[in-house]
Ligand binder design. Structure first.
Ligand SMILES: O=C(O)CCC(=O)C(=O)O
Ligand SMILES: [Fe+2]
Length: 260
């Protein structure tokens, strides 16, 4: 996957910019003014071979079978892992029977990300922001990276204290997003995270974002409401929440949008 990603990000900017998609966080996004070190693509469902082929063909009209194979295989395997983890989460709440409907109601976005080395004048001890602080909006995210660290998060009860994650080699990171937080009635925490670049090596990361399908409703199941856990979120359509977020980017979007 890393070899494949290098070949993708090494393409000329004009080629990468051919990838446009009206949905948020999909189109090629390169070196924007807020986070100039960051470049990314978001591809819907490349575990479907036809999607992986279409994307590959757009970037390499003469073909690039090894890229296509890497994209298709990584996204298929990470989808399997994501489904397994989702099944474990549902079972831990005694709701394993919901798994089939969850699968039926989800789709995926596979994101490919590169972070450049900060320029010398910015490459100081504090580091340079590679991705702004956010919570993921989807259900769960599975991330992989090369051996360049940079991910930071705020632990659940530590107001604004950023902690650096040291991701072991070949490990996956699993992040709960706002949708799963809302569905679980706040039992699961959607962690705030960001990327900070330090040092002199480029960082590559790639992730599978499991997303509620267009039109899917996020509704707290009655089994997860009791006197210790009164209902915290009203039912909402994921796509409406996404539209709200995109036009009102704010840290507490879920609470403002859906809390009771
Ligand atoms: O690059 C990373 O490790 C983090 C990416 C991330 O948080 C995201 O795409 O939502
Ligand atoms: Fe994220």
């Amino acid at each position: 996957m890393l070899v494949a990603m290098r070949s993708l990000f090494d393409l000329p900017d004009e080629t990468k910019s051919r990838y446009q998609n009206p949905k948020p966080y999909r189109s090629y996004n390169g070196k924007c003014s807020v986070v100039p070190l960051h470049e990314s693509f978001g591809i819907d469902d490349p575990h479907r071979l036809s999607t992986a082929r279409d994307f590959t063909h757009l970037m390499w009209p003469h073909g690039n079978p090894s890229f296509c194979e890497a994209l298709h295989t990584a996204s298929s395997n990470m989808l399997e892992l994501s489904s397994l983890i989702m099944r474990m989460i549902l079972e831990s709440f005694g709701m394993g029977a919901e798994f089939q409907s969850h699968i039926h109601e989800s789709s995926t976005v596979f994101r490919l990300m590169k972070y450049l080395v900060p320029p010398p004048f910015q490459n100081t001890g504090g580091g340079t922001l590679g991705m702004v602080a956010h919570t993921d909006k989807n259900d769960i995210t599975i991330l992989c990276q090369n051996d360049v660290q940079g991910l930071e998060f705020i632990p659940r009860d530590a107001q604004d204290k950023w902690v650096r994650v040291r991701v072991p080699e070949d490990a996956f990171i699993v992040i709960v997003g706002d949708s799963l937080k809302a569905w679980s009635n706040g039992r699961l925490h959607a962690v705030k995270h960001r990327v900070v670049m330090r040092g002199n090596r480029e960082r590559y990361s790639w992730g599978l974002f499991s997303i509620p399908k267009e039109g899917a409703m996020i509704r707290v199941p009655t089994e997860l409401i009791d006197t210790d856990h009164p209902l915290r979120y009203r039912p909402f359509k994921f796509s409406d929440y996404m539209s709200y977020y995109v036009s009102n980017i704010r840290d507490d979007a879920l609470e403002v949008y859906a809390s009771i």
